[in-house]
Design a protein around this ligand. Sequence first.
Ligand code: SF4
Ligand code: SF4
Ligand code: SF4
Length: 354
Amino acid sequence: MSKELKITIDGCEMTAQEGRTILEVARENGVHIPTLCYHPRLRNAGSCRVCVVEVEGARALMPACATPVDRDGMVVNTRNERVLAARRMTVELLLASGNHDCPNCASNGHCELQDLAYELEIEHPRFPIQPPDLPFDNSNPMIVRDLNKCVLCGRCVRGCQEVQVNQVIQFGFRGPHTKIVTGGDTDYADSPCVFCGECVQLCPVGAISEKQRMPYGKAFEEKIVRSVCTYCGTGCVVDFHIINGRIVRVTGNEDAEVNRGSLCVKGRFGYDFIHHPDRLTMPLIREGDSFREASWDEALSLVAERLGRIKEEDGPEALAGFSSARCTNEENYLFMKFMRGTLGTQNVDHCARL
Ligand code: SF4
Ligand code: SF4
Ligand code: SF4
């Protein structure tokens, strides 16, 4: 079992389990340390240097995400001038090495680089701005790439490898020519990508984003509503991002035990049916060979009357009900209670039952 150690962060003494990182201990105790390449669902890369802190006794600044608490009496400073100057230098270099025109970026308001610039009070980088001038990749229907905004944090690479175990995305080329590539520098559609969108969700900036969102507004306009994906019985928890009453993108809920932020291609990108003009939004009642629209009250009264009549004339065993794996557990439970408790039949089944 790991030892409990006493350490001091920004003058406050706190208890830490030996081996926990400085970042984890700081966050558990309400101390803010900014990050960029770090994501709690991924292995630590310790590569961006945004989370550097000063550890007394160490000559260099240390990345908080990759430095374990390893001794009693450790003293850490997270916000002194030396630390802030190093973070500013890193963020200014990132801003200068890309095309970061925030007002014209779909991620405006939902971007960790933008948040860092605000936090560190950077209005303009002190270095000349030299974006890599890479072509905008708009060649598939789900994901767009603008690698001129990429900060090479590697979150997409680790997400594809570690979470989805797909190994589609890599760092390609070397030195100043380094860039993110899919399938040996081809488009997503020509690579082994399964379009799960894990890389889109993990990208902290506007380098990889959802294509369907683009015409409908910016990230800062979004209202988020939590729900459950209805494509299968797994029950992944989703966040609907809504602008002016329209769902503009879907992300996996990072706190949900069932999917921890991940989704499949259907759950993440298959939501255009919701606003499709052909979608049924009113009940239909059959009359001869055709259907007519009806109110919910009329439709439900008709169903109740017909079910009641069948039960009275032929008994409850003449009735059967089939539910669906697309419903939530709660909806399936209620359906089962309705069939057994209200109609009095055991004839109730479900497509996902083995
Ligand atoms: S990626 Fe972030 S910092 Fe860059 S332009 Fe978009 S919002 Fe601004
Ligand atoms: S969409 Fe999924 S499979 Fe495709 S590159 Fe991104 S993480 Fe990998
Ligand atoms: S595309 Fe996004 S997630 Fe991938 S390395 Fe670039 S900034 Fe990071």
